[in-house]
Design a protein around this ligand. Structure first.
Ligand SMILES: O=C(CO)COP(=O)(O)O
Ligand SMILES: O=C[C@H](O)COP(=O)(O)O
Ligand SMILES: [Zn+2]
Ligand SMILES: [Zn+2]
Length: 357
C-alpha cells in the first residue's frame, strides 16, 4: 500500500488533500513544500519527486507569484501576484500528471495587507470550480498572525466558509515565524510570540473544525525564515507534542488530531525535522535552502566554464570555436535545476518521504 492507493497522481483537490495528509500523519512522514518562482524551478521540483517516488507540495509566495508573471508588470493592486499565481497553477496543472506524482498546489503566507492577492486567487478558484468541478489550487495559506488572536481566527473562519464548498484546504498561522516574509519584518518580534501556546491552537481547531476538517495550523516553535548564524531563538519541535496532547484531551482521546505545518525548514537539523514529524507535522516549507541550491549549479557552471562564456565565438579550444552550447539558458539554467532537484530529494529524505508511491 502506498500513496497512489490513497490519492491519484497530479494536482490534488478536495478530500484528496486531507487523505494525503492523513496518510502521512499515520505513516509518520511529511511532505516538503518548496517555493517555486518559475516553470524552471517548478519542473525541477516535480522531477525530484518523480525520481524518488514521492508526493510533493509546490507553493507560490506573493512575491514569487509576481515574479512568475514578470517583474516588469505593475503590482500596486496585487494584479501581477494574482496573474502570476494563476499562471503558475496552470503550468503546474498542465505538467504535474506527466510526472506521475500527487501534487499539492498551494499559496504561501498572506498577511492582512495582501488580502487582495488572496481574493484574486479565490475568485480564480471559484471560476475554475464552475467549469471543472474543483478549485484551481489545492490549498491556500492565510497568515494573520500579526493580528489579535480573535481577529486572526474570525478572518480565517470567514474565508474558510467560502473555501470549504470548493474543497480548498486552509493553512493558517498562529504565533509568529521569525525572520522576514514578503516584506513583513519579524526580526525583532517579542520572543513569546515565537512559541504558540496549546490553548491558542485549540481555539483555532475549535473554530475551524466547525466549518470543515480540511485545515492545518502553522504553529510557531521558534521557526525563522532564512538561514542565519545560530542566535538566541531556538527551534523546539518537541513543544508540538504538547499541542497534540492538549487537543487529544479536549477531544476525548482522538489521537494526534492536529495537522501541523513547519515553516522555516531551511537550516534545520535532521533531528529537529524528525521530532517535528513524530509530533504530527505533515508539511515542511523549504525556500532559502532550495534557492541556494538552485544558484549552486549555475554558479559552478559559470565558474567552471568561464572560458566559454566571455564571447560568442572563441574559447580555450580555439579562437574560432562557437560557444552557443554553453550560453544557451537550457544548458546553464539546467545546471541549477539539477542542484535544486538534489536538495529537494534531501528534504524528502529528511522527512521520510521517499519511495512512498
Ligand atoms: O517557511 C517558508 C516559506 O513559507 C520557508 O522558510 P525557509 O526559507 O526558512 O526555508
Ligand atoms: O515567507 C517565506 C517564503 O520563503 C517566501 O518568501 P518570499 O516572499 O521571499 O518569496
Ligand atoms: Zn507569519
Ligand atoms: Zn513560512
Amino acid at each position: 500500500m502506498g500513496v497512489l492507493d490513497v490519492v491519484p497522481a497530479g494536482v490534488l483537490t478536495g478530500d484528496n488533500v486531507r487523505k494525503l495528509f492523513e496518510y502521512a500523519k499515520e505513516q509518520q512522514f511529511a511532505i516538503p513544500a518548496i517555493n517555486v518562482t518559475s516553470s524552471s524551478t517548478a519542473n525541477a521540483v516535480l522531477e525530484a519527486a518523480r525520481d524518488i517516488k514521492a508526493p510533493i507540495i509546490l507553493q507560490v509566495s506573493q512575491g514569487g507569484s509576481a515574479y512568475f508573471a514578470g517583474k516588469g508588470l505593475a503590482n500596486d493592486r496585487q494584479q501581477a501576484s494574482i496573474l502570476g499565481a494563476i499562471a503558475a497553477a496552470h503550468h503546474i496543472r498542465t505538467v504535474a500528471k506527466e510526472y506521475g506524482v500527487p501534487v499539492v498546489l498551494h499559496s504561501d503566507h498572506c498577511a492582512h495587507k495582501l488580502l487582495p492577492w488572496f481574493d484574486g486567487m479565490l475568485k480564480a478558484d471559484e471560476e475554475y470550480f464552475q467549469r471543472h468541478g474543483e478549485a484551481l489550487f489545492s490549498s491556500h495559506m492565510l497568515d494573520l498572525s500579526e493580528e489579535s488572536k480573535e481577529d486572526n481566527i474570525a478572518t480565517c473562519v470567514q474565508y474558510f466558509k467560502r473555501m470549504a464548498p470548493l474543497g480548498l484546504w486552509l493553512e493558517m498561522e498562529i504565533g509568529i515565524t521569525g525572520g522576514e516574509e514578503d516584506g513583513v519584518d519579524n526580526t525583532g518580534v517579542d520572543n513569546s510570540k515565537l512559541y504558540t501556546q496549546p490553548e491558542d491552537i485549540f481555539d483555532v481547531y475549535s473554530a475551524l473544525s466547525a466549518v470543515s476538517p480540511n485545515f492545518s495550523i502553522a504553529a510557531a516553535f521558534g521557526n525563522v525564515h532564512g538561514v542565519y548564524k545560530p542566535g538566541n531563538v531556538k527551534l523546539h519541535p518537541e513543544l508540538l507534542q504538547k499541542h497534540q496532547v492538549y487537543a487529544e484531551e479536549k477531544l476525548n482521546g482522538k489521537k494526534k488530531p492536529l495537522f501541523l505545518v513547519f515553516h522555516g525548514g531551511s537550516g534545520s537539523t535532521k533531528e529537529e525535522i524528525k521530532t517535528a514529524v513524530t509530533n504530527g507535522v505533515v508539511k515542511m516549507n523549504v525556500d532559502t535552502d532550495t534557492q541556494f541550491a538552485y544558484l549552486a549549479g549555475i554558479r559552478n557552471f559559470v565558474q567552471n566554464k568561464s572560458g566559454y562564456l566571455q564571447t560568442q565565438v572563441g574559447n580555450p579550444e580555439g579562437a574560432d570555436k562557437p560557444n552557443k552550447k554553453y550560453y544557451d539558458p537550457r544548458v546553464w539554467v539546467r545546471e541549477g535545476e539539477k542542484t535544486l532537484s538534489a536538495r529537494v530529494k534531501e528534504a524528502c529524505a529528511d522527512l521520510g518521504n521517499v519511495d512512498r508511491l
